[in-house]
Every structure is written in C-alpha cells, then in structure tokens.
Unconditional design. Sequence first.
Length: 214
Amino acid sequence: MIAPSILNADFLNLKKQIEIINESEADWVHLDIMDGVYVPNISFGIPIVEAVNKVSKKPLDVHLMIVNPEKYVGKFAKAGAYNITVHYEACTHLHSTVHQIKDQGLRAGVALNPHTDVSLLRPILSDIDMVLIMTVNPGFGGQQFIEFSYEKIRELRNLAANLNPDLLIQVDGGVTLENIGKLKQSGVDVFVAGTFVFKSNDPLQTIRALKEKV
Ligand code: DX5
Ligand code: ZN
C-alpha cells in the first residue's frame, strides 16, 4: 500500500492536493501531527484532519508525533481517523493507549524511532495492527533514509511471524523509487512518501510509479 504524506504538500491548495490523492492509486492519506515537544517541529492538528476527512475518499492514516497521545485519541477518532499510530517512546502506558484506540473502533499502530529496538514490541505485538518503522528521525519531511532500517524490518517480520502474522509493517521517511523495491523485499506492507510525491512534477504519476513497485 502507498500512503502519501501531505506534510510537504501545498497547504494553500489542500483540497486540490487531497483530490489528487483521491484520483490516484494511493491507498491511504498519511497525516503527520507534530506538537513541537515530542518532535522539534509543529505541523497541524485536529481541524485540518476534519477538513481532510470531508474531501478524502481514502482512509486517514494519522501519525501522532506528540506527547501524551492518550489525551487526544478520542478527538482524532471523531475527526475521521482510520488508523491512529502512536510512538512507543511517547507512551508511558502503551498497552492501555493501544486499547483506547481499538475501543474507538480504529486500527492501532505503534511507531519506533530509528534508535528504538523492535524487540521492545514483543509483549504488545499481538495487540496491534501495524508497526511504523521510522526510517528518518521524526519531525521533518525530505530527510535522508537511514540504511539500518532494513535490518529492523527483517527482524520485525521474523518476530511477527509467530506473534502476529497479519501485522502490517509501515515505513516512513525518505521513501523513493530507488529504495521501495528493497523495502518491499525486506517485508514492508505500507509505504509513506511525502516529499517524493508532493515535490515531484506530477504527484499523480509519481504515486502510480510507486504503486507499480509494490
Ligand atoms: C516525518 C513524517 C513523515 C514525512 C515523510 O516525521 O512522519 O511522514 O512526511 O516525509 P518524506 O517522505 O519527505 O521523508
Ligand atoms: Zn509520518
């Protein structure tokens, strides 16, 4: 699956950007919520998710890069989220937060920063629908893909083989036509791409090219 991130889209023409995703072969719209505390950047919040939800025909994949995400799960659910992904590093009571997301009828994801070992998810792997392996440090679009990520993906795929064979593995950061094939081979199911799609000359065609590779 391909999930274009609108973080680097043209916000003055957000409706148009979502319509491009609607027309495209993309599977989800990826929405990056940043609070300026958990990550050194502030993006957008609940009103934008609500607005996107009014136009989007694709499910909303909400990636919370915020502290205390449990305070906002209900609000993002109401705003139209399909998935909510929280960071392992930002949750004191991760098991509880994951079940809070599921109790809203949503799919629960857990994101890992580049330095966080996948084995830490073992106790919770069978409770969740998706793991997001950050392939850059969260906070900004347009960064360089971290090569060690392949090893983490393979390790997670092995760990999930027994504990949760249906687990989706998502990657986020620096995904391009160059690395998407190798990422797929390593075991990735969902590819987030921001800059590569929205800074290209033809986002619709770029999404198609990515989709052809997966
Ligand atoms: C980064 C965000 C990403 C970002 C990816 O913290 O989580 O979703 O938009 O952007 P690119 O594809 O530009 O690396
Ligand atoms: Zn993201």
